[in-house]
Design a protein. Structure first.
Ligand code: FES
Ligand code: FE2
Length: 406
């Protein structure tokens, strides 16, 4: 029988510690709420400043039905604009990236400069003011070189994240990374299943033989403690006094974007996330040793980073529509590393390319079952506690929607 409970009731009935009720994935009304309350109201990772090194360098970043042009202006400042023409709303920029002095709308050829101002519009009325028709701004902020955008005018503050993550980010010198490779993985599933999957490693042992060989996160909590020792011995070399593998920092004060940091050791003998465990790029920042550690950073609900001693992998999961999402992955190395000499692109992307392809398959299978009339929520294991926490946060944000509270 069709579940017709109001969303407020559905949220109230959701059992803590269990996977979500089917309608959270299949109900178009809930999807719309998620877009308004969550996806458009939080910061989303959109690339690294090094991708836009020169004035006029731009890239287009798409999330659900939104598209933003991120561009370095002639004044060297990076801005983000809605990719929506102020004439009659066409997409203005149809390319994914490039360098330009102006953006010309493909419909009636209105022209905007790289600061978003309208500089050309033919045959308009005499009192038409170009200055009133510049591209609309999308919120943008940089955190040590990482570019985040938010499709709302009053985004949460990133100050707490910046402050608390300053030390570990400095260790890897995020500011001086460059993007060595990017790939986009389309996933035919509701976006939440993709994020949920990223947040738990219960599936790592059965699904990711390559990852599970090197990453201790596929172990349960007690076993992780035992395998950290070899990293602990080397930690002073990496500027770390303590480590923690629990995402205890996720709770951000009100008005602040949520964030998290953890560091774990890989199995002994592994220095990086690579085919043979050997480094695939020069050491990052001021690190003096490959200590066998890997650090996880979380910014907001859909952006994650895994920092090895020699490269950082950035992951961002965004909806395309209710039934489809994508995972965009960035492989970053130190900015002065030279391709072919200091790193090989195929070696660099190997682990997370095969792992993400495997994830795509299991997420799509998960989606097929979640849509079935026989789907029932199931209980989480101890290794799915971060996923459980993420779900609780999603429910809390949905509960705040005026249409849900009223
Ligand atoms: S819609 Fe862009 S110029 Fe008309
Ligand atoms: Fe996975």
């Amino acid at each position: 029988m069709e579940d017709k409970r109001p969303i407020r009731e559905l949220i109230a009935c959701q059992k803590s510690g269990w996977s979500l009720e089917q309608r959270f994935y299949t109900d178009p009304e809930i999807y719309k709420l998620e877009i308004d309350q969550i996806v458009m109201r939080n910061w989303i990772f959109a690339g690294h400043e090094s991708e836009l090194a020169e004035p006029g360098d731009f890239k287009v970043f798409r999330v659900a039905s939104e598209s933003a042009i991120i561009v370095r202006g002639q004044d060297n400042k990076i801005r983000a604009f809605a990719n929506v023409c102020r004439h009659r709303g066409s997409l203005v920029c149809l390319e994914d990236s490039g360098n330009t002095r102006k953006f010309e709308c493909p419909y009636h050829a209105w022209v905007y400069d790289t600061e978003g101002q309208l500089v050309g519009a033919r045959d308009m009325a005499e009192d038409f003011r170009k200055e009133d028709h510049g591209l609309l701004h999308v919120s943008i902020e940089s955190v040590n070189g990482l570019i985040f955008v938010c499709f709302c005018d009053d985004p949460p503050s990133l100050d707490s994240a910046k402050r608390d993550l300053a030390e570990p980010m400095a260790m890897f010198d995020f500011q001086n990374l460059k993007v060595a490779a990017t790939r986009t993985y389309p996933i035919a599933a509701n976006w939440k299943l993709a994020v949920e999957n990223y947040q738990e490693c219960y599936h790592c042992a059965p699904a990711h033989a390559e990852y599970a060989k090197m990453h201790t996160l596929m172990l349960d909590k007690k076993k992780i403690d035992r395998v950290q020792n070899h990293m602990l011995e080397k930690m002073p070399a990496c500027g770390l006094k303590k480590y923690h593998y629990d995402f205890t920092d996720t709770e951000a004060p009100k008005g602040q974007q949520g964030y998290a940091y953890s560091r774990t050791a890989m199995f002994e003998g592994y220095k990086s996330g690579s085919r043979d465990g050997e480094p695939v790029a020069p050491l990052l920042g001021n690190l003096t040793d490959y200590d066998g550690g890997a650090s996880d950073f979380t910014f907001g609900p859909v952006s994650f980073f895994l920092a090895y001693s020699d490269h950082v992998v950035g992951y961002v999961f965004t909806p395309v529509d209710q039934l489809n999402c994508k995972c965009e992955i960035y492989w970053m190395v130190r900015s002065d590393a030279v391709e072919g000499k200091d790193y090989d692109k195929d070696n660099l992307v190997w682990l997370w390319d095969i792992t993400t392809h495997a994830d795509e398959k299991i997420i799509v299978n998960n989606w097929a079952g979640v849509k079935s009339r026989y789907y029932r929520p199931g209980p989480f294991s101890g290794m799915e506690r971060l996923e459980n926490r993420w779900i609780s946060w999603i429910l809390q944000e949905l509960r705040r929607a005026p249409s849900v509270t009223s």
